[in-house]
Design a binder for this molecule. Structure first.
Ligand code: FE2
Length: 210
């Protein structure tokens, strides 16, 4: 396997979602595959600079530019995987009462509803990016963050628990740009809470509530 095929695009068995069309998903899978391809391509080009064991001074500008782009492409790849993975057909809507996620939300925000108001609020922020609920693995606390593009605002070492794409390409075939709140509502109806809870480090969440 060469460096140009380090990452393979993952397949997601997603269709028939509520309020997010198959057409949107197919277009979105293609975009995701582009990030995988670019991540491999950049890695291969950077390794060419390193082939002689050093980065020459005259190579530094090109090397730097390619390396800066890695953050965009890598995060574009990984965040889409989290996003597709945390949706499923016929989701239940909100997290169940007494579920591990609801308990984590109560411990960190006071209530699930306040957590949700914050997450939805982040999702409605102007600009292109993501709303991400992270968990701090050290103490189990969850917090919601706005990620500009794909790479600005990610919290190092925190675990993405629920990831929502709010770039316009995530919904523009189904909703007008101003109707992002309708897409967010649709997203909630498709959340796969079992996957979300699988990402939670539950011991840490329980310690916090204890
Ligand atoms: Fe996207």
């Amino acid at each position: 396997m060469g460096v140009d095929t380090i990452y393979q695009p993952r397949q997601f068995n997603l269709s028939g979602l509520n309020g997010i069309s198959d057409q949107t998903l197919e277009m979105h899978f293609k975009l995701y595959e582009g990030y995988v391809k670019e991540t491999n391509k950049l890695t291969a080009r950077i390794s060419e600079f390193l082939a002689d064991g050093k980065v020459d001074q005259d190579e530094m500008p090109a090397y730097s530019e390619l390396t800066r782009r890695l953050g965009f492409e890598y995060n574009g790849m990984v965040l889409h995987e989290y996003y597709f993975e945390n949706m499923k057909k016929q989701g239940p809507g909100d997290a169940e009462k007494n579920s591990a996620f609801t308990k984590a939300a109560e411990a960190s925000f006071g209530s699930y509803d306040i957590w949700k108001a914050d997450f939805v609020g982040v999702g409605k922020m102007r600009g292109v990016g993501w709303a991400i609920c992270y968990q701090n693995p050290a103490n189990g606390r969850i917090s919601n963050h706005w990620i500009t593009l794909h790479e600005v605002g990610n919290v190092s070492g925190f675990t993405p628990v629920l990831v929502m794409d709010v770039w316009e390409h995530a919904f523009i075939l189904d909703y007008k740009p101003a109707d992002r709140p309708k897409y967010i509502e649709a997203f909630f109806s498709n959340i796969d809470w079992a996957t979300v809870e699988g990402r939670l480090k539950q011991d840490a969440a329980q310690q916090k509530t204890a």
